[in-house]
Each structure stands twice: as structure tokens, then as C-alpha cells.
Design a protein around this ligand. Sequence first.
Ligand code: NAP
Length: 245
Amino acid sequence: MSKILILGATSPIARALALRFAVDGAQLFLAARDPNEVGRVASDLSVRSGVPALSGTFDAADFAAHDAFIRDAATKLGGLDGVVVCFGTLGDEDAAQIDPAAALATVHQNFTGAVSLLTIAARHLEQQRSGFIIVIGSVAGDRGRARNYVYGSAKGALALFTQGLRGRLAKAGVHVMTVKLGTVDTRMTWGREGTMLTVAPVQAADSIYEAWRSRAEVVYVPWFWRVIMGVVQLIPERRFKRLTL
Ligand SMILES: NC(=O)c1ccc[n+]([C@@H]2O[C@H](COP(=O)([O-])OP(=O)(O)OC[C@H]3O[C@@H](n4cnc5c(N)ncnc54)[C@H](OP(=O)(O)O)[C@@H]3O)[C@@H](O)[C@H]2O)c1
């Protein structure tokens, strides 16, 4: 029975993904910031799957607590075979573009928090010489846009970090998958103008799960974002900077 830690487990994408793992018989430790909500999510998952799920809290920006948190999760699970990173926030992009504290908060919630937690988890998986990591990133990380470059740069850095980690952990037989997610209907996007080609969280989770089963390394979800971002990356910089994207 695999033992999987899901970080950002109250995300509806993470919830749907967790259910796929649980139905397959995995034992889960679900974690997010809000203790009541993550507890409710764990109870719901246990009822639906018939497999008891554990839960706990962490804060991506509380770096000093990460080592103890990962140890505690692994101890309670009785081991650790997989880690799913599904936490993140859009933050207040307008504030982040003028206030360094807001910019750093966005970067911690989307990048440096994941760097800290993954570095600790990777040590364990590398020593064990088995396991997997799934990192949910964003197509926003493929090109810096005037409208969301603080969030986008954090996701872009996360994709590069994950790429390097994949190279390192491949030698130990640990699979690392990067997900470049398009727009999904969650509280993160609710009510925002200009969102397009939005899919349901369950649809996104199903694609992520199938990609993981086929041992994909980098996957765009839904698939058509690979084409869209391929085109976006071809736009010359002098034109791109004038677009209101
Ligand atoms: N929705 C989209 O269109 C979209 C597109 C591309 C990528 N993504 C990415 O997909 C992932 C899931 O997002 P979502 O759309 O499902 O949003 P969501 O419903 O807001 O879920 C975000 C998750 O991150 C957790 N979280 C936020 N800040 C945290 C912190 N400082 N420390 C620990 N946990 C924290 C939240 O837990 P608490 O509630 O307890 O704070 C929640 O579990 C994110 O990485 C997001 O960037 C989403």
C-alpha cells in the first residue's frame, strides 16, 4: 500500500486526485493550512474510499517547521512513497507588483515553500531509492506576462527546480512529474475576468492521474495548453511586451 503525502490537500484538484489514489488503495496524509477544512476533507475521503486518511497542517512559508512536519507525516503514515505538491495562491498581484513583502509572500507560497519541503522529502525518497513526486505548476510559468509576472515567475522557477530534481532523483529510481496546469474552476479563479478554456477540477485530476500512471515527466493539463504555450513562446519579445495578456 503506497503512502502518499498531499500538500495543499484542500484544493479541489488535490481532493479529486487524492480520491483516485485512495480508490487504488493508497494510504494518504492530507495537509493544508486550515486544520478544520483539511480534517473535513480527510473524513470525506475516508467515507468515499473506505480507506482512512490522516490529516495535518503546514504553512509553506514557515520554513523552520518543514523538517518536523515531513518527519511527522512519514511517521504517522508508517513510511513515505509519494509527495504531491498542490499548494499555491495567486496572491494579490497588484500589491505584489509594488510591495516587496507582498511579492515575497507570493513567491514563498508558490516557490520557496515548495523548494524547502521538496528538498526534505527528496532526501528521504533518494535514500529509499523509490517513490515519486508530483508538482502542480502552471502554464503561467512558461512566459512572464505583465498581468501576473510575480505569480508566473514563481511557477516558472518551480518548473525549473522540478526539472533539475527529476534529473537528480532519476538516478535513484524516483519519478518526478511536473504538471503545467491551465485554467481550472477553483476558488483561485472564481469570479476572475479573462479566464478561458476552464475545466473542472475532477477533469484536471483525472488527466494528472493518468499522466502519472504512464510515468509522464512534463504534462500540460488539459493537453491543448502545450499547443497554446508553444505559440505564445514564439511571439517576439518586442511584440509580446505590448500585449495586454
Ligand atoms: N485554478 C487554476 O486555474 C490553476 C491554474 C494553474 C495552476 N494552479 C495551481 O494549482 C494548485 C491548486 O490550486 P487551486 O486552484 O486548487 O486553488 P485552491 O483551491 O485555492 O487551493 C490551494 C491550496 O493551497 C493551500 N495553500 C495556500 N497557501 C498555502 C500556504 N502558505 N501553506 C500551505 N498551504 C497553502 C490551500 O490550503 P488552505 O486553504 O488551508 O490555505 C489549498 O489547499 C496551486 O498550486 C495553483 O497555483 C491552479
